[in-house]
Design a protein around this ligand. Sequence first.
Ligand SMILES: *Cc1c(COP(=O)(O)O)cnc(C)c1O
Length: 819
Amino acid sequence: MTQETTAPTAEEVAAFRANVISKLTYSIGKDPEHASDHDWFEAVALATRDRMTDEWMARTRQVYQEGKKRVYYLSLEFLIGRLLTDSLSNLGLLEVAREALAGVDVDFDRIRGLEPDAALGNGGLGRLAACFMESMATLGIAAHGYGIRYDHGLFRQAIVDGWQHEQTETWLNFGNPWEFERPEVSYLIGFGGSVAAMPGTGSNPEQSRHFWHWAEGVRAIAYDTPVVGWRGASVNTLRLWRARAEADFHLERFNAGDHIGAVAEEARAESISRVLYPADSTEAGQELRLRQEYFFVAASLQDLLRRHLEQRGTLMNLPEFAAIQLNDTHPAIAVAELMRLLVDVHDVPWRKAWELTVGTLSYTNHTLLPEALETWPVGLMERLLPRHMQIIYLINAQHLDALRERGVHDLKLLRSVSLIEEDHGRRVRMGNLAFLGSHCVNGVSALHTGLMRETVFTDLHSLYPKRISNKTNGITFRRWLYQSNPQLTRLLVEHVGEELLDAPETMLRKLDPFADQADFRARFAAQRLENKQILARMIQDRLGITVDPNALFDVHVKRIHEYKRQLLNLLHTVALYQAIRSDPGGNWVPRVKIFAGKAAASYHTAKLIIKLTNDIARTINDDPTVRGLLKVVFLPNYNVSLAERIIPAADLSEQISTAGLEASGTSNMKFALNGALTIGTLDGANVEMCEQIGADHMFIFGMTAQEVEARKQANEYNAEATIIGSPRLNEVLMAIRNGAFSADDPARYTALIDGLKWHDTFMVCADFESYWKAQLEVEARWRDADSWWRSAVFNTSRTGWFSSDRTIREYAEEIWKVL
Ligand SMILES: *Cc1c(COP(=O)(O)O)cnc(C)c1O
C-alpha cells in the first residue's frame, strides 16, 4: 500500500511466510492445508507480535538503563479497535504480509476482517486514550497505559424493527493473540472492612499509623499488549487488569460445605472485570463502577510504585521519574490511594506524601455536563473504602484550613470548593478531588478549557489560577489517514513526497497550492468516489438499500445523545423530504443521509431517536416521489472499524452539538483530515478547526456558547414562539408528532416533540433556521464542484495541527516534563 515505496524483497516475504506457517503449525496446531481463515488471522497476528516483541524488550531495557522518566496513562477505557493493520503498518510490514499470504492463496483483506474490534470504550474518551498510546510510542515516550481487561466490551448494537437491541460483545471468544498474560504480576486489592489506628512509630512518632483491615480481597492479574509506534520507533505497554477471586479464600468456604456461597463470592470478585459500563456522558453511579475504578487504580499504583522502588530505592523522588495522567475523574480515587500507599504502607509523613502526590498526578477533564460529573455517596465510600474516606476528610480539612489561613472566609466559596457536597445527601466530588490532588488540570479544547475556568471550576480556579491549562485533543494520522484511507494517502505522497508520512503536521500544508489545480482536484474527487463506492456496496449488503455514490454523502456518526443533536439533523431531513415532495421535478442535490451510533442502554430518549431515524428512513426510502434524490441510512453497531470505513467516504461531516456542550470532539478532526467539509456549530475543537482551515471552507451556523448561556440565564427562550415563527419547522414537527412516520403507533413521538416545544433544553428549535440556511449553502457549494473540491483539499491540508502527536508533545513538555 502506501507506506512502503520500495516493494518488499523476496527474502522478506519468504521469511515472514515462514514465521506465519511456523505459528500456524506449532502455536495453533493446524496443518496449513486445512487451516481456516481464522487460524490464518491468528498466525499472522502471532508472527507480527513476535516482530514487536524483540523491539519491545530492547526498548524496555533501554528505558531502565537510561533512567528515563515514565508516563502512566490511567484510563477506564481504551477504544482500540483492530490491531493487525495498525501493527503491520507501523512496522512497515503491511505489503510483506500481504504478499506472504498471497503466496499461500490467502487473501489478507479477508483475514484482517476476522479480527474482532477491541471495544473497551464507549466513544471519544476511550478512543483518545488509544490514539495517545500510539502517539506516545511514535514519539519515543516511555509510557504505560493502565486499564481494565473487560471480558465484554461495549455491547453490540442490533437494530430490530428500528429499535436498538443490546447484545453481549464477545471479543475474547477466540482468544486474543496480542496479549501476554502475566500471572506473576498480580496484586491483592482490598474492599470494605475497618481501620485501626496505632500510636506512631519509626520515622513518624507523632503521627499515628493506620491499618486497613479489609474484608474482601480481589486479585488483579496483568495482561500486557505491546503498542508499536510509527516505523517501529518504540514499543510501549498497555497493561490491563483482570479480576480473579482469591482461590484459597473461597476454597475454605467450599471445604466447609458452603458451595453456593463460595461460587457466589467468586462471581462477585470476578464481576469487576466482566463488563464495560455502557454509559457515555452520563454518570454510571453504581457500586460496581466504584469497585472497578478502585480496582484498576490500586493495582496500577502498586505496580508503578514497585517498579519505581526497584529502580530508585526511594519514593522521595517519585515526581522526578513518574508522571501519572488521570483520564477524566474515573481514576480520581488515585489521589486518596496514592496518599494511603505513601503514608500507611511506606511510612512517608503526611505533608511530604501530599507534595509527592500532587507532583506526580495530573488530571484531564472531559465534560461539563452536570449529569456526567462523578460524585459518590459518603455512605458507600465509608462502606467500600473506609480508609480512603478518612484520607479524603483529612485532605479536605487541610485544604479548607489553608484557605481560611489565607483569609478566605466566604462560606459560599468554601462550600463550593469542598470535596464534600452537602446539598443532595453527602457525596464526594471526584472532580474536586482530582483537581486538588493534581499539579496540572487540563481541558481538551480552547473553548472547553475556557468554560471550565468559568463554570465547574470557577472557584477552584480563582484559588489556583495557574493549575488549569488547555491541551486540544488530536487523532493519530496513522490509523485515521494512512490505514483507513490508503487511496488518499497514496495521492498525497505522490504530490508532496514520502516525508509526508513522517511529518504530516508540517508536510500536509504543502498541499495547499494543489487546491488550485484542476487535475489535482479531479484526482482528489476520484479517490473519494472510490471510497463512496465501497461504502455503497456495504450499505447494499448490510441493509439492502441502494445508494448512488455520486450523491452527496452527508454523515452523522457518533454516540447518540441529545446534546449531539441527531434530532436537529432529522428535522432537516424531514424538511428536505417535504420540500422535495412538494416539487419532485425541482433541481435537487441528491443526498444520502448516513447515521450511526449507539445509545446508552438506559437512555430512553436516545433510543427513541434511533427508532425515529429508522422510521424516517423507511418512509423516505420507500417513497417513489423522492427516489434517488434523498436516501436515509442507519448503519448498526458503530465502532472503530465501521468509522474507518465511513469517514473516508464522507462529503459532509455533521458536528452540530449545542454550543458549549461538546468538550472537543475528535471525529470532527478525522473527517476534515479525510477532506470532508464540516457543517457545525462553534463548539469544542470546531472553533480551532475553523481557525486552522478557514471559515470559508466550513459551514458554521447557530448560536455561540455565549449566546446559549445568555439565553439560559435570561430565561427568555421560548421554543414555541420560535416554532410559530418558522412555518417550515412547524410543519416538520407536526408531521412527526402526528405519526406521519409511525403509522403503526401514531403517538410514538408525541412526548419527544412536545419536549422540544416546552423545554428544548438543547436549543434544537432555536438553531433550526440557521441550520437550514447552512444546508442550503452546502447545496450551492456542492453544485460548484471546483469550489467544493478546493475547500475539500484545504480541509486535508490544514488539519495537520490536530495530530495527536502535537497534543502528546504538549502534555510531554508542559505537564509531564519528559521531552
Ligand atoms: C472518534 C470516535 C468517536 C468520537 O466521536 P465524536 O464524534 O467526536 O464524539 C466515537 N466512537 C468512535 C468509534 C470513534 O472512532
